[in-house]
Design a protein around this ligand. Structure first.
Ligand code: PEP
Ligand code: MN
Length: 365
C-alpha cells in the first residue's frame, strides 16, 4: 500500500506541528497561535476532547473550542489540527473548518473505532495524522494507517509518540525507535513525524528527542507549546513556551533523505563499497571461526573433555573485551557480539557430540 504524502516542504525541511496540549480558552488558543506565527509552523494543534487516563482530570473544552481554533486559523492563517476519537468528533471538527485531524494513541488500539472514523472520512480531503497505539504493536499502527488510507483523500502521516510501558526508563513513553524505523522500512514514502513531547514527558528532554528523530530521517516534529506551561490544564511537565519552541526550532538540524549532488553520491557509493567489502570479510572470518571451533569440538570429543570450559571462555572474553575497548568499540556492542559468537561455538560443539552419540547408538543397535 502507498500513502499519499504530499505535505508541503517534505524532504526539504522538517515539518512542524506545534500548539497546546489542550485548548483552554479562546484567548489562550489565539495568542498561542499568534506566538507561533513567527518561528513558523506547518500545523497549529490543540486538543478539544482530551482522552485522560483518570476521571476528574481536564477532559477538554469540547465543541466550543473548535470555534476558538477557527478564529485562530482566520486570524493567523495557520492550518489547525485537533484530535478526533469518533465519527461524531470528526463531523463536528469538519463543520468548524478544521484543517486536519489526528487520531490519538488510545483510539488507534481499537480497530472498530478506527474503522468508524475511516468510514466517516470517505472522500474527505484533509490531512490525517495517525499516532502509534499506546502498546508497541506495529501491526495495529499499520492497520490503522491502512484503514484511513483506504477512505481518506488527503495526505496521511504517522506520528510516533512512544509506547506506554510499566518500566519507563527515563521517558514518559519510551520511543522504541526500532518500531518506527521498521515502519519506515516497510513504507518508505509514508510521512513520519516524531511527537517528542509525549515521548519525553519532560520539557528539558524534548530537544534531544527531536534531534534524535531528525538524525534518524524523520520528516517532522510535533511539540506541545503553552503560553504558561506550569499552569497548563494537561501535560504541564512536557510543554514549552513559544520562545523556547523558537529557540529549539532554530537549533534543530534537519537531515535530508538524499541528495542529487554528484560528488556526494560518488563519495557515498565509494564508502558503501568499502562497507560491503568489510562485511564480506566479516562473514568469511565468522565462517573460519566456526570451522576452527568445530575442529576443537571434535578434538575435545575424541578426548572425552567437556564442551564448556569457563576459564578458557573468560580468557577469550577478557582479551577481546580489552582489545575492543582499546579500539573505541562500545562495551555493550562488544559484549553482544562475543555472546553471540560464544553461543554459536557451544551450539556447534554440542552438535558434534550429539552426532557422535547418535552414530555410536546406531552401531550398537
Ligand atoms: C495529545 O497529542 O495531546 C495526545 C493526547 O496524544 P496521545 O494520543 O499521543 O496520548
Ligand atoms: Mn498532550
Amino acid at each position: 500500500m502507498t500513502f499519499k504524502s504530499d505535505f508541503e516542504g517534505k524532504g526539504q525541511r522538517a515539518i512542524y506541528i506545534a500548539g497546546p496540549c489542550s485548548a483552554e480558552s479562546e484567548r489562550q488558543v489565539v495568542d498561542t497561535a499568534r506566538a507561533l506565527q513567527s518561528p513558523g509552523i506547518d500545523y497549529f494543534r490543540a486538543g478539544v476532547w482530551k482522552p485522560r487516563t483518570r476521571p476528574g482530570s481536564f477532559e477538554g473544552a469540547g465543541e466550543v473550542a473548535l470555534e476558538w481554533l477557527k478564529t485562530a486559523r482566520v486570524e493567523t492563517g495557520l492550518k489547525t489540527l485537533t484530535e478526533v476519537a469518533s465519527p461524531e468528533h470528526l463531523m463536528s471538527a469538519l463543520r468548524h473548518d478544521i484543517s486536519g485531524v489526528w487520531i490519538g494513541a488510545r483510539t488507534v488500539v481499537n480497530p472498530f473505532m478506527v474503522q468508524a472514523i475511516a468510514d466517516a472520512l470517505e472522500g474527505v480531503d484533509i490531512p490525517v495524522f495517525v499516532k502509534n497505539p499506546i502498546n508497541p504493536d506495529l501491526k495495529l499502527w499499520i492497520g490503522a494507517l491502512e484503514r484511513i488510507a483506504k477512505n481518506a483523500r488527503g495526505p496521511i502521516a504517522a506520528i510516533h509518540r512512544g509506547f506506554s510501558v510499566y518500566n519507563q526508563n527515563g521517558y514518559r513513553n519510551p520511543p522504541r525507535w526500532q518500531m518506527a524505523i521498521e515502519l519506515r522500512r516497510r513504507f518508505p514514502d509514508l510521512t513520519l513525524i516524531c511527537d517528542a513531547s509525549h515521548i519525553a514527558g519532560r520539557r528539558d528532554k524534548v530537544e534531544e528527542v527531536s534531534q534524535q528523530a531528525l538524525d534518524l530521517g524523520y520528516d517532522g516534529i510535533h511539540l506541545e507549546v503553552h503560553l504558561d506551561p506550569d499552569n497548563a490544564l494537561s501535560d504541564a511537565d512536557q510543554q514549552i513556551t513559544p520562545s523556547q519552541f523558537a529557540e529549539i526550532r532554530s537549533r534543530l538540524v534537519f537531515r535530508k533523505p538524499s541528495s542529487d549532488d554528484l560528488e556526494y553520491l560518488e563519495n557515498l557509493q565509494n564508502l558503501r563499497n568499502r562497507v560491503d567489502e568489510v562485511d564480506e570479510e566479516l562473514i568469511q572470518i565468522l565462517a573460519d571461526r566456526v570451522a576452527l571451533t568445530r575442529k576443537i569440538g571434535e578434538y575435545k570429543e575424541a578426548n572425552n573433555i567437556s564442551i564448556y570450559q569457563p576459564e578458557r571462555w573468560n580468557e577469550v572474553w577478557e582479551k577481546c573485551h580489552a582489545s575492543g575497548l582499546a579500539k573505541d568499540l562500545d562495551e555493550g556492542f562488544i559484549a553482544a557480539i562475543l555472546k553471540a559468537i560464544h553461543h554459536e561455538s557451544i551450539r556447534h560443539q554440542s552438535e558434534i557430540i550429539h552426532d557422535k552419540k547418535a552414530k555410536h547408538h546406531g552401531k550398537g543397535n
